[in-house]
Unconditional design. Structure first.
Length: 54
């Protein structure tokens, strides 16, 4: 599987993702792992912000 991260217009914050691989189920699993990790990171950031503000 390969992953590319492109930003077609440098002055914009929009980004596009491209995943290629021979097994769509494998790509789906990896995307779910990324989603789970991002959710956990956001939860931890919220916890830290709460601790800082109290």
């Amino acid at each position: 599987m390969s992953f590319s991260f492109t930003n077609p217009e440098p002055d914009r914050d929009d980004r596009s993702f491209s995943f290629t691989g021979s097994d769509p189920a494998d790509i789906d699993r990896q995307l779910q792992t990324i989603t789970d990790m991002a959710t956990e990171i956001l939860r931890l950031v919220a916890d830290v912000r709460r601790q800082i503000n109290h």
